[in-house]
Design a protein around this ligand. Structure first.
Ligand code: NAD
Ligand code: WQD
Length: 337
């Protein structure tokens, strides 16, 4: 298939390009580079030996999207583009709703005008809010989100479901990611946060590389085995492969489907710190701080639906996730510079 990949220069998008190309698909990338670098695309070209059509374009720019869609015969859109920093979404809600919601509406408008009705969307476990059941199945009701970022995912899911209700020839796959970490084994691409990392693994790798003194662990008094928060960390390459499997579902006219992409295993913050130290033989000094507002104690997936329906399951374990995160950071202490 010929796939339009929005946000393809970003962390998950760039890894997905590799898997799409390896599976024989063609890609066209649209990204405004607001949280990424063109270097990521150059490196994907190096890894795959393929030239990638790239447009530095905002998905809110319908005219530009129309020109791209006139030029390329697109069969499906994988929609990664969006702002994703939880705390920033609380302080800048307008920017988040505008970028994520207006952006998606503009994109699907342009796709519709070109007869493109196949969409795979990057959703998030955040739509479950405080999950009612653990492990979280796709049947678990969507919850109350604690921040505007989460609501944008919640609302975009609903918008895409409504499109299919109105026109059942739409095929929509909503992929709810758990906690992606790791990097491509080459160490050429990886997660490249701006400023102080919000997420655990990039913070740990920046401590390991000497950019930060110590990790701040947000609370050790949760109702978990060691008191620190438990999450479902998934290797970004496994996550990327999930998108290729989702394309198979699209090709067989799946209608609307929702899948959790996680490993089904929960690891605490201290588990991750210890695994990182063991696998990479580096020390991660840490202090225990107060809980972070909005955090929950435990969240991990039941990923069995993706296995049964798509034949997808995560293959990498926590060791590979820690190894590859460090391999990327060590080789690229300043990310893409
Ligand atoms: P990322 O920031 O690395 O990638 C997002 C990309 O979208 C960036 O390259 C950015 O420049 C681009 N972008 C943002 N707004 C745009 C716009 N208006 N027009 C064009 N391009 C735009 O983030 P990521 O971690 O790769 O996440 C990809 C998607 O997956 C996002 O939608 C994110 O919300 C979702 N997601 C991420 C996680 C995670 O923990 N990383 C978890 C669940 C869901
Ligand atoms: C993991 C654990 C923290 C940083 C977020 C978003 C979610 C999704 C993935 C996009 C928690 C602890 C963290 C640190 C710490 N993104 N921690 N010190 O919160 O599960 O999910 O990213 O959709 O929407 O909310 O991930 O990596 O921030 O935190 O102790 O410096 O690590 O408290 O227990 P989270 P995270």
């Amino acid at each position: 298939m010929n796939i339009l990949v929005t946000g393809g220069a970003g962390y998950i998008g760039s890894h997905t390009l590799i898997e799409l190309i390896a599976s024989g698909h063609s890609v066209v990338v649209v990204d405004n580079l607001c949280n990424s670098s063109k270097i990521a695309i150059n490196r994907v070209e190096k890894i795959t030996g393929t030239s990638i059509p790239f447009y530095e374009t905002d998905i809110r720019d319908k005219e530009a999207l129309n020109i791209i869609l006139d030029k390329h015969q697109i069969n499906c859109c994988i929609h990664f583009a969006g702002l994703k920093a939880v705390g920033e979404s609380v302080s800048h809600p307008h920017e988040y709703y505008d970028n994520n919601i207006t952006g998606t509406l503009t994109l699907i408008g342009a796709l519709r005008e070109h007869g493109i009705k196949n969409i795979i969307f990057s959703s998030s476990a955040t739509v479950y809010g405080e999950p009612q059941v653990i492990p979280v199945t796709e049947d678990c009701p969507k919850g109350i989100c604690t921040n505007p970022y989460g609501w944008t995912k919640w609302m975009i899911e609903q918008m895409l479901i409504d499109l299919h209700t109105a026109d059942p020839t739409y095929n929509v796959v909503l992929l709810r990611y758990f906690n992606p970490i790791g990097a491509h084994e080459s160490g050429l691409i990886g997660e490249n946060p701006n400023g102080i990392p919000n997420n655990l693994m990039p913070y740990i790798t920046q401590v390991a590389v000497g950019k930060r003194d110590k990790l701040h662990i947000f609370g050790n008094d949760y109702d978990t085995p060691d008191g620190t928060g438990v999450r479902d960390y998934i290797h970004v390459v496994d996550l990327a492969k999930g998108h290729v499997k989702a394309l198979n579902a699209i090709q067989s006219n799946c209608g609307v489907e929702v899948y959790n992409l996680g490993t089904g295993k929960g690891y605490s913050v201290l588990d991750i710190v210890k695994a990182f130290e063991r696998v990479n033989d580096v020390k991660i000094p840490y202090v225990i701080d107060d809980r972070r507002p909005g955090d929950i104690a435990t969240c991990y997936s039941d990923p069995s639906k993706a296995w049964t329906a798509l034949g997808w399951k995560a293959e990498y374990g926590i060791e590979e996730m820690c190894r590859d995160s460090w391999n990327w950071q060590r080789q690229n202490p300043d990310g893409y510079g």
